[in-house]
Design a binder for this molecule. Structure first.
Ligand code: AQP
Length: 332
């Protein structure tokens, strides 16, 4: 059975983008993979996180993942900072990755924005830590949203260079699994930006704990253009907001753009938005209710994470130890 690793940052409430682009696929992969899923708090602090909120966000995200269908007993669910091997291997990878490789990462450019000089060094080496997350478990498959494809390519470059430099085929090749029609869900206020849990505008996203009223209102106010929906998907060209809503509808109704437009093409947005809101509410509300139920006992969720960290550490320790031996470190 192939081993999967994937992570999600506790940088806010997970969004419909996280759900359709990642979490929903993580759940499905549990059927025929050995899955290790991680709440990546080390990654989250590459951008400022209020220390009074971070532990709570980590707990809430874990509860939300379990509510979505992640099975922490058959598989592994833990928080990254509880397994020190991630940071240890990341340091080795900081010394393997080349500056030229990191300079090409578009996520750094997007997240650092115009104020590059003021971005944290952690944000810059984020892809090295991500490579360590995966390779500390010798995981071979990584389900991610389309936006993360470049980071997986970099992780493969790091693995290959390590193997080459130290003369052993120690780290395996990694295959990104970009799944589903909604590999990239866009911002509801600007169809050229992706939906993000840390975007300043709450109106730009659907949170997995939004009420039915909030969802209906956000979809009603979602930006669109004045033209009706096209009958064919070529008509979505140059209309990012329309394409995004059609994509979300398709993902939730298990169809594709063509299937959605066959039913809704030629109509205005208002009836379409009403149906879309209903689909989203039907997907999100059960998750929100179950998350709330799990969080009623925060100690339980923390216990699940700690138990997962114990099992994750048992896999990562011998792999990272061997990497250290290959590098030439004296045994501790
Ligand atoms: N809009 C999206 N559409 C599809 N997939 C998405 N993912 C994130 N946003 C979308 C996928 O969710 C997984 C976890 O992401 P993350 O939390 O580690 O980091 P992120 O990609 O930076 O997600 P956010 O929501 O935008 O977080 P912030 O606002 O903190 O930066 C990944 O597999 C990602 O592809």
């Amino acid at each position: 059975m192939q081993r999967i690793f994937s992570g999600i940052q506790p940088s806010g409430i997970p969004t419909l983008g996280n759900y359709l682009g990642a979490i929903r696929n993580w759940v499905a992969l549990q059927a025929d993979h050995e899955c290790i899923y991680c709440v990546v708090d080390l990654h989250a602090i590459t951008q400022w996180q209020d220390p009074k909120l971070l532990a709570g966000q980590t707990r809430e995200l874990a509860a939300s993942l379990i509510a979505c269908g992640i099975d922490p007993w058959q598989h592994i669910l833990f928080h990254q900072s509880a397994v020190p091997e991630h940071a240890e291997l990341a340091w080795i990878f900081n010394c393997v990755a080349r500056l030229g490789w990191l300079n090409r990462m578009t996520q750094f450019k997007d997240k650092a924005g115009k104020d590059r000089e003021n971005a944290s060094a952690g944000l810059y080496v984020y892809p090295n830590l991500m490579a360590a997350d995966i390779l500390a478990y010798h995981a071979t498959r990584v389900p991610v949203g389309d936006d993360q494809r470049q980071h997986i390519e970099l992780a493969n470059d790091i693995a290959q260079k390590f193997n080459h430099d130290y003369g052993v085929p120690f780290f395996p090749a990694i295959e990104p699994l970009i799944m589903g029609p909604a590999a990239r869900v866009m911002n509801l206020r600007d169809g050229t930006k992706k939906m993000s849990k840390s975007d300043a505008s709450d109106q730009s996203r659907i949170n997995l704990n939004d009420s039915a009223d909030a969802i209906a209102q956000k979809i009603r106010r979602a930006r669109t253009d004045p033209a009706p929906l096209p009958a064919e998907n070529a008509g979505l060209e140059g209309r990012p907001e329309a394409r995004n809503l059609v994509g979300i509808y398709a993902a939730l109704a298990n169809t594709d753009e063509v299937g959605v437009l066959a039913v809704h093409g030629g109509k205005g947005f208002s009836a379409f938005k009403e149906e879309l809101a209903e689909l989203i509410i039907a997907a999100v509300r059960p998750i929100a209710d179950e998350t709330g139920r799990l969080l009623a006992d925060p100690g339980h969720v923390e216990g699940v994470l700690r138990e997962g960290a114990g099992r994750a550490g048992a896999i990562a320790r011998p792999i990272v130890s061997e990497a250290k031996r290959l590098v030439g470190f004296l045994a501790a």
